[in-house]
Design a protein around this ligand. Sequence first.
Ligand SMILES: [Zn+2]
Length: 428
Amino acid sequence: MANDYQHTIAGEFELAGIGIHSGEAVSLRARPAPQGSGITFKRTDLPDSPMVPAQLDFVTGTELNTSLGLDGARIATVEHVLAALSAFRVDNAVLELTGAEVPILDGSFVPWLEALRSVGRSRQSSPATLIEVRETITSRDGCQASYTALPHDGLRISATIDFDHGAIGRQYGDFRLDESAFLAEIARARTFGFKEDAPTLRERGFGIGASLDNTVVLDEEKVMNGRLRYPDEFLRHKVGDMVGDLALLGGRLRGHVVAERPSHRGNVALARDIREQHEREQRRSLIDVRRIMACLPHRYPMLLVDRILEFEPLKRIVGLKNVTINEPFFRGHFPDHPVMPGVLVIEAMAQVGGLLLMDSVDDPEGKVVYFMSLNNVKWRRPVTPGDQILFEMEVVNIRRMAWKMRGKGRVDGKVVAEAEMTARIVDK
Ligand SMILES: [Zn+2]
């Protein structure tokens, strides 16, 4: 699947209501944020407006809602707005709150999604952070929730819930959650609760704002609100909650999660397990990148790769080149109108590709990559100081030690150059 870019919201919006647990009036104003900043809550009602990142490390509670906190600043019931941001592929935003809980609105995800769709999103220039499940992960939360996460191209959730109540019982569903599926199949599902639990919960500070306007309430026999929005609305709401809790990973999750009786606590524990696997992978590939960088024979001023961002052995590599005004070639090309020479753009692309080849040999120190052909070279736009070129190289085929690759260089998401190249690894 092609890599996507980070996005923020293209404008601001504000939604106001009450907190389902606190019962207090609160409003949330969403604002755009720079790339790489992630989703951050900001308590504008507190002195100095403290910020709390929407990330796993800041989870402070998972009972009946997911809460975040940092120092004295708490934010309850973050899961619905986070699910909508995740489904709408917004990576960066600041969510300003005038109180300690996100407003519950109608108890579902849809008011958030509608607000997001009305302002739209705008693309940023860095690639989105992907968190891919690479190997099967099993995660358990006591005897209640259990999960298996498997590799999958995209986000898919299969979930089962089981409640000893005539109106719910056992429900199962399988959802491939791109934006349109989330909107059609999950977004309208409301949170739910049992009438008989309400007094005890209220005593403990939960559900004080809950009413038939924001919660599907079940008495001993039936749903008290009238018609459900989906026949299995309960299940679908739980799947939406999972999307929101898993958004605390701080990246776009790609995997198939099979969940039995999911809970906030279990979702967060699963997210931690997924993160652990992801970080292990990252460490491994980072070591690989350092190793291959060490064996690229080029040195300044001919080393034109700053960093490798992504790497799949024998398949694909993404490398970065920051083009600064201090590059030696700008001195003569051309002092009053600096443009990076097109052939050097292609050279940088070839160096990124060379790293991919070097990783395939056991003794890269003794080898060198020779380029044998260049085809379909196109320069689409000039590269100037301040540009950050992202080179993405893909292996087309490998025949008799000759590697055919296809590459593109992009600046701010726009293609600046493309080429096909063939290279061979030879002994030094
Ligand atoms: Zn919920």
